[in-house]
Design a protein around this ligand. Sequence first.
Ligand SMILES: *Cc1c(COP(=O)(O)O)cnc(C)c1O
Length: 383
Amino acid sequence: MKRSEFLVFGRPAIEEAEIEAVARTMRSGWLGTGPRVAEFEDTFRGYTGAEHALALNSCTAGLHLALLCLELEPGDEVITTPLTFCATANAIIHAGGRPVFADVEPGSMNIDPARIEAALSARTRAIVPVHFAGRPCDMDAIMAIGKRHDLRVIEDAAHAIESAYKGRKIGAIGDATVFSFYVTKNIVTGEGGMVTTNRQAWAERIKVLGLHGMGKDAWKRYQDEGFRHYDVLYPGFKYNMMDIQAAIGIEQMKRIVAYRARRQAIWNRYNEAFAGLPLILPAAPEPDTVHALHLYTPLLDLARVNITRDELQRRLHERNIGTGVHFTALHLYSYYRNTFGYKPGDFPHARFVSERTLSLPLSARLTDADVQDVIDAVRSSLS
Ligand SMILES: *Cc1c(COP(=O)(O)O)cnc(C)c1O
């Protein structure tokens, strides 16, 4: 019954092509930001259809810089979902804003446009929707609210590289969109992120802020064209991506369709296998959207069992299956509670999910035998 080896949650699919690309980059002698980063940005611009793509060393860095483009003043508010990774809210705080949470819809687990409307104030400056698990948010409704109230929309697309909404790629809709290539994400570079935007001024500012605030193309200062002096325009950050990371990303992007197809097969297999169990399975994707299938997040139906989600996770761990929790709603954590006065009951849908949710392995790397092991372990843990 128990598999012999622990199945690590979110272990990335890495192939020889990436290993060789990294070795080639290292042998080239140019490890830092350079031609591979420029190529990766071009690939991503072409993939999303956005006018600009800026590679950085994380999605968190990208969120921070995109939010700095808002030039927030003390007391300014940014509306986001409580059902996200802490980086989303932290970036708002680091950019000088106050995160204001709006509850999610129970089925999609995405931010509810009606709750955004209810959270608006005279100080609201922007909305940061998160495409949870790769399911696109209701962008028509969110963009319409933005337009009506003159707010910017910065999307957290850490889960949503492949996502599309009504024929448009996520990455070409809001004012800026930020992707992650962290080790567990759909496409990995180890650590890494990308901002896409159609705003030329934002693209230029993000490029400059991401490399110490030095004038653009400062990375070329050691190239063979001869040393160039640079200016410093802002007190910037050290957020640039390395060529070593971009080399991995360029190879990974070649398999983006195949990887998603593999995750779709695993997703379908899970849906079939878990149909009769006390689990609330992920909702079907909305019509005319592409779900990036980043996380498979059933909810443990607490009304039908007498164990907790944590106990289910413990039982799965005992059977050598690694799992995740996406997410504990942010308003339940001490910092946001103590600083912004949130109460556990403030966002009942996000709290409902966070008490029941469990992420099962969904990496394209899983073999059929791995998937069967997960299914067997879930069934025996719930029987
Ligand atoms: C992973 C993640 C991030 C942060 O990505 P990094 O690249 O690790 O900085 C931000 N938001 C969400 C929703 C995430 O899942």
